[in-house]
Design a protein around this ligand. Structure first.
Ligand SMILES: NC(=O)c1ccc[n+]([C@@H]2O[C@H](COP(=O)([O-])OP(=O)(O)OC[C@H]3O[C@@H](n4cnc5c(N)ncnc54)[C@H](O)[C@@H]3O)[C@@H](O)[C@H]2O)c1
Ligand SMILES: N[C@H](C(=O)O)[C@H](O)COP(=O)(O)O
Length: 347
């Protein structure tokens, strides 16, 4: 591939008071050369944060939508978006919620216009966006679903050994792919959200994207139950009998290979995981603690079901570390390399 053909990836720099801006500049010290990664954010903020953490990187402000130059270590091209209010590391400022949303909007527009082949997102702070008046905001995943006008997308996190695999040879103690049937919902609402139609949409997307984006020829998916011990035959909850089992049976008839519903506590053991390509957890904190225990800092978040590639970090804004220079860039580096790999193989 010649330099002029290198794909463009838009990297949104996330909550300005968090660690996203400094991770972007730290990542640019060893800027990958197999794609043109362009940050979306405030160039002055990125320069300030580079100085604060002692990172010798040149921030190169481009015109909006301008094609980034050939990548070079130590140079971070930026599509500029202006902060709405001054920003101090670790201190949330509601006026900057509009800035964060504008960075997302710019990246989406670039993907829609074909100016970028995909996007990588640094962490944003959901609470401050909601408090700034965007009451329906839930997270990047839901934002991107709505921005793309698709019915459903799937949040999947994977630990590093499971990100690059093109077959099921990735199994190992820390290799995991965990997708979620519901995302950013209060726990009280989860039971009602686990419906047959939702599980059907999610499992179809997960099966198709494991084939298409990860090269798994015949995905085997382990499906968690919702209740303790997967409902214990209906004695500890009926969602397995009434919703999950009939849905899985119908999908098996379509050709999907699904095991479950299995009790989540024993599903996440080597015996079961050794024969799985992914796990579907019913809710956020059923699946993600296990994934983050296995691979925090080296895992990535992937949105399946979008018309372009989107990857993200496995951590949040870490306001406690912002501006200190001690935040680990591992997950952002992983998310960027994964996005490049997915774009290169046309996934
Ligand atoms: N991709 C995303 O946009 C994303 C992901 C997760 C959480 N969040 C948001 O982030 C905010 C804060 O969430 P939280 O406090 O639960 O989680 P968090 O990940 O920000 O912090 C949890 C702990 O991990 C540490 N940590 C996080 N990232 C680190 C890194 N790169 N290097 C070293 N240590 C790191 C933090 O210092 C903290 O002690 C919330 O608003 C949440 O919704 C966003
Ligand atoms: N659920 C994610 C996690 O815990 O890592 C995180 O909140 C990011 O979600 P979005 O990519 O939808 O913002």
């Amino acid at each position: 591939m010649s330099d002029t053909d290198l794909p463009v990836l838009a990297l949104t720099t996330g909550e300005p008071a968090g660690i996203g801006p400094e991770l972007a500049v730290v990542m640019a010290r060893d800027m990958p050369t197999s794609a043109r990664v362009v940050a979306v954010g405030d160039p002055a903020l990125l320069e300030d944060r580079a100085r604060a953490v002692g990172c010798d990187v040149t921030v190169l402000a481009l015109a909006p939508g301008e094609t980034p130059p050939v990548p070079r270590a130590g140079v971070l091209p930026v599509w500029p978006v202006a902060l709405r209010a001054p920003c101090r590391p670790g201190e949330l400022e509601a006026r900057n919620a509009a800035y964060v949303l504008e960075t997302l909007g710019r990246a989406v527009a670039a993907c829609q216009a074909g100016e970028a082949a995909g996007m990588v997102t640094a962490p944003l702070h959901k609470g401050v966006i909601i408090e700034a008046g965007h009451a329906d905001f839930r997270g990047h995943t839901e934002y991107l679903r709505d921005a793309c006008g698709v019915d459903e997308v799937v949040m999947m996190l994977a630990t590093d050994p499971a990100l690059h695999a093109m077959s099921s040879t990735w199994h190992g103690e820390t290799a995991l792919r965990v997708a979620l049937a519901t995302t950013h919902l209060p726990l009280r609402e989860v039971g009602d959200a686990v419906t047959g139609p939702r599980l059907t949409r999610i499992l179809r997307i997960l099966d198709a994207e494991l084939r298409h984006r990860f090269g798994v020829l015949s995905p085997r998916i382990l499906v968690c139950g919702l209740n303790p011990h997967a409902g214990e035959g209906g004695h500890l909850g009926r969602e397995e009998l009434d919703v999950i089992i009939p849905t899985l049976e119908a999908l098996r008839a379509e050709g999907l290979t699904l095991d479950g519903p299995l009790p989540a506590d024993t599903l996440f053991t080597p015996h079961h995981l050794a024969r799985a390509d992914a796990v579907l957890a019913m809710y956020h904190d059923q699946g993600l603690p296990v994934l983050k225990y296995a691979g925090f800092g080296r895992a990535a978040n992937i949105t399946l079901g979008l018309p372009w590639v989107r990857t993200s970090v496995d951590h949040g804004t870490a306001l406690d570390l912002a501006g200190c220079g001690s935040a680990d860039p591992g997950s952002l580096i992983t998310a960027v390399s994964l996005a490049i790999e997915m774009v290169q193989r046309g996934a």
